[in-house]
Design a protein around this ligand. Structure first.
Ligand code: GTQ
Length: 326
């Protein structure tokens, strides 16, 4: 009788068999990589300093026109990923100079904008004019027409978050140019569906802070809600703003989702895996999936951390998990 695992095959037999399989485009599963019991992200924790990004954005505006570039964008690049900040989501810096426009188009990737610098430029979303002020969140959900304009006398610079790596992986990317450079829109602002002003978010966080003198190790955190569904702002992306009081330190947590942060204002550091990321106003950093992170506000003013993640994807697919370190 044949014992379990008692098969003897010679190296030559196996080599010959593998060669046959390879020629037939079939791969034996038992010689591939091992099984991992939990995710280990390819991405690494990383921080981009605004003091480095801003001059390069200004330089891009000198070197490349909006006629040459469909979008004048710097893609923040995770040291271990190909030209993207995180596994499913990009984090890009876009600059539109006075008098410039970024022409109208739409794509099946969803996008958000978190305004960093400039006051009163605007994005037109499906014919509605959305004003842009520092800290504002502006949505251009998938397949909405959008163009960006800057009629002010100062640069408009913002952080773009898009789910392009996810859409590419799913092979679901469509793209279309509008038949004109820009959409018609009146001067009237009628765009609350796409616009979350910082003034409102800040007031809401400060009301909560006043009512809650001791946080539960999370700081004070609010999720931006889709105004139509009450769910996450877009099907693939959730957005949050977190207020950390001076001296506040959050408890270490990890989630199944990748998250990119933008420091609207404040100074402190985050421990992400084994990295310490020191941040200050307008910096951007990335937290890979299933990596413990904690945030510390070591300044003497409140810190406001904006973040966007792919948690809705994980939740929709029943893949989401979260954990607080014991
Ligand atoms: O503003 O439409 O960062 O199409 C990358 C691709 C921004 C945009 C990006 C885009 C846009």
């Amino acid at each position: 009788m044949l014992e379990l695992s008692d098969i003897q095959s010679s190296p030559e037999e196996l080599q010959d068999y593998y060669a046959q399989l390879q020629a037939q485009h079939v791969t034996p599963a038992w010689i591939g990589g091992g099984i991992s019991i939990e995710p280990r992200s390819e991405a690494v924790p990383y921080l981009w300093h605004w003091r480095d990004l801003r001059p390069q954005a200004m330089r891009a505006a000198e070197l490349v026109g909006t006629q040459q570039a469909e979008r004048r964008v710097l893609r923040l690049t995770n040291p271990k990923l190909p030209g993207i900040a995180s596994n499913t989501l990009v984090a890009n810096i876009q600059i539109v100079m006075p008098g410039e426009i970024a022409r109208a188009h739409r794509h099946s990737a969803a996008a958000l904008r978190l305004i960093i610098e400039g006051r009163g430029g605007y994005t037109v979303v499906n014919g509605e004019r959305v004003p842009m002020f520092p800290g504002d969140l502006v949505l251009t959900p998938n397949w909405t027409w959008h163009d960006h304009a800057n009629d002010t006398d100062a640069p408009m610079i913002w952080l773009d978050g898009l789910d392009t790596p996810l859409v590419r992986m799913l092979e679901a990317g469509f793209y279309e140019e509008y038949d004109r450079e820009r959409q018609d829109c009146g001067a009237a602002v009628n765009a609350s569906q796409w616009h979350y002003p910082m003034s409102e978010m800040q007031a809401a966080l400060e009301r909560l802070t006043a009512a809650n003198t001791r946080g539960a190790g999370e700081g004070i955190i609010l999720e931006y809600k889709n105004r139509l569904t009450g769910g996450p702002v877009m099907p693939t992306i959730a957005c949050h703003m977190q207020l950390l009081r001076p001296g506040e330190k959050t408890r270490a947590r990890r989630h199944i989702c990748c998250t990119n942060y933008h420091v609207v204002e404040g100074a402190g550091y985050s421990t992400v895996g084994d990295q310490r990321l020191d941040w200050e106003d307008k910096d951007v950093f990335t937290v890979p999936t299933w990596t413990f992170y904690e945030h510390v506000n070591c300044g003497d003013r409140p810190a406001f951390l904006f973040s966007f993640s792919d948690a809705p994807v994980m939740k929709a697919l029943s893949l989401y998990r979260e954990e607080t370190r014991a």
